[in-house]
Structures are given as structure tokens and as C-alpha cells.
Design a protein. Structure first.
Length: 325
């Protein structure tokens, strides 16, 4: 019994410092590749010697060097998608995070493995092309790219639906690079707007959020329109495990700043959403555009008795605050 208690206490001592620690804010993924033990290389896949293993003959290293031939551990999706004979740019490490101690690293017993930047769903292996090779070479190893050139290269990757991993990388970089957003050119803003219409809801959400930091003249002609398209396209019964509720919620938040009285009806229907977060965002947008209409629509929704319980509480509180009743 004493031994069991000691084990419990030891686990508690190890894990307690981790509880409550705030997660580090996401940073641009490309900068994260140039840290610690990570290596960035270019090479050809020559074989798949075993399940979830690929052999790459490295032609050159863009960041930190290693052996010339690598056998990398990869996930099932990458194993299925990479092609023997194709050249890739990839990021790998021989270390992995310690599973108990935060910020501690250990040698990966499975050997070198692809790196996945925080926030990304996919590991860092991309079909080689001029844009990806230039972006994944550290700035101290190449001529510095202008803001416009770097943005253009990222947009080129985001436009290419044939490499989903490169598209995801480009979207996150565009979303998290405030320096690129504040200085985006008119031509690149138009390309960005076109891409935003073509990507899946998860990536679309990040692009729309990033565009909120564009200069007014670079977003006024398209951002409000795309918010309206999102809010109009979806009804009140949402798939709650999808990315759609967050996309609608953030679009309503955008209309809180960008919307007009012409949007009241379109926004108001989302008070009846089965996602309370969406309904609350709709109420906030209505209140910002026309408080009297917001109150009237909130009262109507409560009386209709067709709203989520959490939404009902929020609307009831709002009504009391504005009527004293």
C-alpha cells in the first residue's frame, strides 16, 4: 500500500507543474522549423522499406546537416502519399518531446522522424519546387526576400490544391505573419481573396481572420462580402464536430465590425443556431449594428421557444440588461 501511494505521489509531483501552465501562443510555422535539433533537407524518396518508413537520398541540406541517406519514420498518410522517385523538401529531427517532462527532449527510439509545427495537422514534407525551397531556407543562408516576394510565394503554395501539406503551411504562415498582412499589395490581396473562396472551412477561417489585419483599402472590397457568404450559406442546424460553427462565429464577429442594417435579417436567423457560440456571436453583431433591433429579435427568439438552453440564458440576460425586466 505504501509503495502504491509513493507511486501516486511521484506521478503527481511530475505532472502537477504542467497543470495550469498557459500554452505558448502559436508562432509562424516556418520559423519553428529552424530551431533546436531540426534539419531541413531536400532529397528523393528511393524506397519504402517497411510500413511507415521511407528511405530518402539527400541531395542537399538547407538547414543543419546530417547523414546522406535517411530512413524516416512517417505517419500512415504520408507513407501512402509520398512517391518513390519524387523529390521533396522536408524537416526532420532525431529527437522527440519527453512524454512526462515539458520542454525536455530525448532521442527518438524510432529514429529520425518528420517534424510537425504546432498548429499544423500535417508533418513537414513538401513536393520540391522553387517557392517551397526558397521559403524553407533560413534567411541567413540566402538573399533576403522582400515582403511582396515572400507573400507571393506563400500565395503560390496556397493556390496549389495538389499539395495539401504545402497549402496548410502557407495558410498558417499567412495567418500568423502580421508583417506580411500589414504590407500586402493590392495584387496579392486579390489573390488572397480568391484563395479564401477555394479552401476548406478550417483554412478559410484562418485566412478570413488574417485578412482582418489588412489595411482597410486591401480588404474593404471583398472581406465583408465573404463574411456575408459564409453567414448566408449555413442554416441553424450545424454539425458541431466540424469546423463550420467556428467559421460562422468568426464571420459574425467580422460583421460586428463590418456589417450594416442590410445584414440584420441574415444575422438574426443565427440566434436560433444549435451552437450557442454562434448564437451569442449573432447577438453581439446585432447589438453593434442596431441595439433596438437586437433587443426585439432577442425577445422574439426567447418567446419562440426554439433556441438552445445556453442561448436562452444569454438572451434573457441581455433582455434584462436592456429593459430592467
Amino acid at each position: 500500500m505504501k509503495l502504491k501511494l509513493k507511486r501516486i505521489l511521484l506521478v503527481a509531483m511530475i505532472t502537477m507543474p504542467l497543470v495550469g501552465q498557459a500554452a505558448r501562443p502559436l508562432g509562424p510555422p516556418i520559423a519553428e522549423f529552424f530551431k533546436g535539433d531540426n534539419r531541413v533537407a531536400r532529397g528523393v524518396v528511393v524506397e519504402k522499406p517497411a510500413d511507415n518508413k521511407i528511405t530518402i537520398r539527400v541531395s542537399d541540406y538547407l538547414y543543419q546537416s546530417d547523414d546522406g541517406v535517411l530512413i524516416l519514420s512517417v505517419d500512415t498518410d504520408v507513407f501512402a502519399e509520398v512517391k518513390v522517385g519524387t523529390e521533396y523538401v522536408f524537416v526532420f529531427s532525431r529527437l522527440r518531446k519527453n512524454r512526462l517532462l515539458r520542454d525536455e527532449w530525448e532521442v527518438n527510439p524510432d529514429g529520425p522522424a518528420l517534424v510537425k509545427a504546432r498548429g499544423l495537422d500535417t508533418p513537414a514534407i513538401y513536393t520540391n519546387n522553387v517557392a517551397i525551397a526558397a521559403l524553407l531556407e533560413p534567411t541567413d543562408g540566402r538573399d533576403e526576400l522582400s515582403v511582396d516576394a515572400e507573400t507571393s510565394m506563400l500565395l503560390r503554395l496556397a493556390e496549389n490544391s495538389g499539395d495539401g501539406r504545402a497549402r496548410e503551411l502557407a495558410v498558417f504562415e499567412l495567418y500568423l505573419r502580421h508583417d506580411l498582412q500589414s504590407a500586402i499589395s493590392g495584387n496579392n490581396a486579390e489573390r488572397y481573396a480568391t484563395i479564401t473562396r477555394s479552401v476548406d472551412p478550417r483554412l478559410k477561417n484562418f485566412l478570413l481572420e488574417g485578412a482582418r489585419r489588412f489595411p482597410e483599402e486591401r480588404r474593404a472590397f471583398w472581406l465583408r462580402l465573404q463574411y456575408r457568404e459564409v453567414v448566408t450559406a449555413h442554416g441553424t442546424e450545424l454539425e458541431l464536430n466540424s469546423h463550420i460553427p467556428l467559421l460562422i462565429k468568426n464571420s459574425l464577429s467580422g460583421l460586428r465590425e463590418e456589417g450594416t442594417v442590410d445584414d440584420l435579417e441574415m444575422i438574426g436567423k443565427h440566434l436560433y443556431s444549435n451552437a450557442p457560440g454562434v448564437a451569442k456571436a449573432a447577438l453581439s453583431a446585432l447589438d453593434a449594428i442596431d441595439p433596438q433591433q437586437a433587443l426585439a429579435r432577442a425577445q422574439q427568439a426567447v418567446q419562440a421557444n426554439k433556441i438552445h438552453l445556453v442561448t436562452r440564458r444569454a438572451l434573457t440576460t441581455y433582455i434584462k440588461q436592456h429593459t430592467g425586466a
